[in-house]
Design a protein around this ligand. Structure first.
Ligand code: C2E
Ligand code: MG
Ligand code: MG
Length: 554
């Protein structure tokens, strides 16, 4: 009669892995299944769980459970579910632990397959919206803590897809989508992500990796990928697409919002005729009705003289001394009251009223400079904001020169503030205009530096006189500089290009001191003065404007 096997034989032949660990966590004895997973030495078992193991031995927890992928010399990478419990001797002293492991590799594989299916599109095998959103969320979270890297969401929508689908049939529609999908995958950069997010919609997360123009370049690559026709049976079809872009910004807290804005821009690109790119701006979200109302109000307001300028001083940070001012436009709307330019300028651009507003601003600015000259004998320096589409208008330069002549204002008194997004102008016309304006004597300055599309690229391409550090880097929720490292980085950049720096949005003494410490010499902000009328400005700076009432000297 054969006897029952002894405990050691049971231990060795058990279907699950068993190991005995000493107080240091070293494996003292183990069975075949355990050795298959972890090899003979088993040093890997507690790699991420040393502290919990100590807590187990000390009696601070009843068990220790975890899952991990075993890294054996054999390298088959079995997934194990491990449970450890204390081992005590007959006197009740803890002598080590016993570890039981189960092979859960097939469970893990099923889980991973499910996860893949949940996050990928079955037709194209590309990531789907769920995965896209989660990657975008990571990108946005990084933006809250790190120096802003430029990235953008590009939403590509195939033009006239319905016609393809209905004209050639559903299979042809699917064929087109998967062909386009493959081409787009090949067109994007190694660090970019592309997902299919709708029947005929693809979303691309373009991450700059140091190249500030990456979003722009990606958009171009997408269009070239579509340039070649597709063959559908005996037919050749050309497929075009509309692309909407939302540029990454710390203002986006939720991935959904950035995707929504990119989609709004896509609709805008489509409505403008398709086969083009549109970059989102806030006015795209304004309803058609509101737009219509505001547009007729704006036209009437321009005629009725409801637009006027306020002036914010630009001072020396060291002693607060006046060096010049920035002209800031306001609209006194008959019903809504004073409307900020942030609201009406982008709308004016869309409505085609921007040129008219630009001319008005130049006229009001020159008229004021002439008044200060005639009444007080002063040559004040004034910054004027110019919307970049205006700058590219054929007549802009001529009308600017004409108005300075009319009021006999020297171009040197005017500094034109333009924003970084001008680099989106693809044919290099902007560079030439800036160059010519500077030859005429106008100063050119980049506004809101650091927030836009292409800081470094801008400095390389344009010869400019000054840049203004955007106020988002200067004033934050506290008293301190919102982002000292960025300010310092921008100062170094400006220094390398020999460009004068003005910091915007200085609200506290601490910010002023930190800016001075970073080497910044000029600034503007509520700490010194809010934008004021011409009379208020003169009264605030008697040393610069003369303490007395207008003098009549010429
Ligand atoms: P901007 O050129 O960057 O002007 C600076 C803005 O920051 C102004 O807002 C100013 O009032 C505000 N600001 C100044 N100091 C502080 C501060 O200490 N704290 C805070 N929180 N804000 C400060 P504003 O006047 O509402 O103008 C907004 C934007 O509208 C301007 O930004 C500029 O881009 C545009 N804009 C203004 N006037 C014109 C114009 O005549 N033509 C064009 N095309 N755009 C204009
Ligand atoms: Mg400005
Ligand atoms: Mg600014």
């Amino acid at each position: 009669m054969s006897s029952l096997p002894n405990l050691a034989t049971v231990f060795e032949g058990a279907a699950f892995g068993i190991a005995v660990l000493d107080l240091e966590g070293a494996v003292r004895d183990s069975n075949a299944v355990f050795r298959k997973a972890y090899g003979e030495i088993s040093a890997d078992l507690l790699r991420d769980h040393q502290a919990e193991f100590t807590a187990l031995l000390q009696g601070n927890r009843p068990h220790l459970e975890f899952e991990q992928q075993a890294r054996t010399a054999g390298g088959d990478g079995m997934w194990t579910s491990c449970t450890l419990s204390r081992l005590k001797d007959e006197r009740g002293n803890v002598r080590g632990a016993i570890c039981l492991i189960r092979d859960v590799t097939h469970v893990k594989e099923t889980e991973q397959r499910m996860l893949h299916d949940m996050t990928h599109d079955p037709l194209t095998g590309m990531p789907n919206r769920l995965l896209f959103e989660s990657k975008l969320r990571e990108q946005l979270a990084a933006l809250q803590t790190a120096v802003p890297a430029s990235f953008g969401v590009l939403m590509l929508d195939i033009d006239h897809f319905r016609e393809i689908n209905e004209g050639f049939g559903h299979d042809a529609g699917e064929f087109v989508v998967s062909q386009i999908g493959q081409r787009l995958v090949a067109a994007i950069g190694a660090h970019d992500l592309i997902a299919r997010v709708g029947t005929d919609q693809f979303a691309i997360l373009a991450c700059s990796q140091g190249n500030e123009r990456h979003v722009e370049i990606t958009a171009r690559h997408l269009f070239s990928a579509l340039a070649k026709p597709l063959t559908l049976g005996a037919r050749t079809v050309y497929v075009s697409a509309s692309v909407g872009v939302a540029l990454g910004s710390p203002a986006y807290l939720r991935a959904e919002d950035m995707i929504r804005d990119a989609q709004i821009a896509t609709r805008y690109a489509k409505a403008s005729g398709g086969s083009r790119t549109a970059i989102f701006d806030a006015t795209m979200a304004v309803s058609a009705e509101e737009r219509l109302q505001l547009s007729s109000d704006m036209r009437a307001g321009l005629e009725r003289g409801e637009f006027f300028l306020l002036y914010q001083p630009i001072v020396q940070l060291e002693d607060g001394e006046f060096t010049g001012c920035e002209a800031l436009l306001r609209w006194r709307h008959p019903k809504e009251g004073i409307i900020s330019p942030a609201e009406f300028i982008p709308l004016a651009e869309q409505l085609g009223l921007s040129t008219q507003i630009g001319r008005l601003v130049a006229r009001l600015a020159c008229r004021q400079l002439a008044a200060w000259r005639d009444e007080r004998g002063l040559q004040i320096h004034m910054n004027v904001n110019v919307a970049w589409p205006d700058l590219l208008e054929a007549e802009f330069e001529q009308s600017l020169i004409a108005v300075t002549r009319e009021f006999q204002v020297k171009p040197e008194q005017l500094m034109l503030e333009i924003t970084e997004n001008i680099v989106l102008n693809p044919d290099g016309k902007a560079t030439q205009v800036v160059e010519r304006l500077r030859q005429h004597g106008f100063g050119v300055c980049i506004d809101d530096f650091g927030t836009g599309y292409s800081s470094l690229h801008y400095l390389q391409r344009f010869h400019i006189d000054a840049m203004k550090i955007d106020r988002s880097f200067v004033c934050g929720p506290g008293e301190e500089l919102a982002s000292e490292p960025i300010v310092r980085a921008l100062m170094t950049l400006a220094d390398g290009f020999n460009v004068r720096v003005v910091a915007e949005g200085i609200e506290t003494e601490r910010q002023r001191h930190a800016l001075l410490a970073a080497g910044c010499r000029y600034g503007q902000g509520f700490l010194f003065s809010r934008p004021r009328t011409a009379e208020e400005l003169a009264a605030t700076y008697p040393a610069a404007f003369g303490a007395h009432a207008p003098c009549q000297s010429g």
